[in-house]
Design a protein around this ligand. Structure first.
Ligand code: ADP
Ligand code: MG
Length: 249
């Protein structure tokens, strides 16, 4: 059984079909990527699966549970996470505190300032935070305020906050956007570590085709809301419809 499945998922905004009958599945432990030109509907697909948007029609199931109609918090609790947008970082808190807040809220339902007043206790939250900071390579900057981080580190903090919610399946929407080659390389090795050492299943939206062809087990290609091709990196690289719509002939 697939871990995640969408069936005929459709989302319209007024007259626009942002998603048009999207049927895909993701297996446990896979890294699948979603590619497609700007405006193809990639973010809309993620937002519809994770409960930020309600589908117009169609089904989404995760580990056999119907996700349609659940709110983002309920979906996160089932184990579906996402790398959070910069907007969800608390700029005045330290890197460590940002991760602790997310880890604490996930474990206890909401955040309590008691956590910061006490310097001990809640060992599970503290240990989980340190493990995440190590994986994301933010340990040396853990005491810095989030706002002081360079761009690439801020983007990785978003991933750290996503990890703190303890997902089995993680959506990452353009995690290397705006990164330098060095930062991109660091993010790619982080993605590999999440697959190998954290047993994560990853759903990646990414523009950098080198990254896509390098890390993906399978690739879905979206164009004007519809899946036009699916397959292994080799199959996608050589697909005429993909070349036409996306790779420039
Ligand atoms: P991508 O992530 O592939 O660049 P999006 O999913 O962001 O594409 O957008 C797909 C289409 O849906 C675009 O035409 C976009 O303008 C439109 N769209 C996305 N979100 C909304 C919204 N909340 N309201 C109206 N139109 C939207
Ligand atoms: Mg997008």
């Amino acid at each position: 059984m697939a871990l995640l499945e969408t069936r005929n998922l459709t989302k319209t905004f007024g007259g626009l079909r942002a998603l048009d009958d999207v049927t895909i599945s993701v297996d446990q432990g896979e890294l699948v990527s979603l590619i497609g030109p700007n405006g193809a509907g990639k973010s809309t697909l993620i937002n519809t699966i994770t409960g930020m948007l309600e589908p117009t029609s169609g089904d989404v199931t995760y580990a056999g549970t119907d996700l349609v109609g659940l709110d983002p918090f309920e979906i996160a609790h089932l184990g579906v996470g996402r790398s959070f947008q910069t907007a969800s970082i608390f700029p005045e808190l330290t890197v460590r505190e940002n991760v602790q807040v997310a880890a604490f809220a996930t474990e206890h339902g909401s955040f309590s300032v008691n956590f910061f007043k006490r310097r001990d206790g809640y060992d599970d939250v503290r240990e989980r935070t340190e493990r995440i900071l190590e994986t994301i390579e933010l340990k040396d900057d853990a005491a810095e305020t989030a706002k002081s981080l360079p761009y690439g580190d801020k983007r990785r903090l978003e991933v750290a906050i996503g990890l703190a919610t303890d997902p089995d399946l993680m959506f990452m929407d353009e995690p290397t956007a705006g990164m330098s080659p060095g930062e991109t390389e660091m993010t790619v090795s982080l993605i590999r570590e999440l697959l190998q050492d954290w047993d994560m299943t990853i759903f990646l939206v990414e523009h950098d085709m080198d990254v896509i062809f390098d890390v993906s087990d399978r690739i879905f290609t979206l164009n004007e809301g519809a899946i036009i091709a699916r397959g292994t990196p080799d199959e996608i690289r050589n697909d005429p419809a993909v070349r036409e719509a996306y790779l420039g002939g």
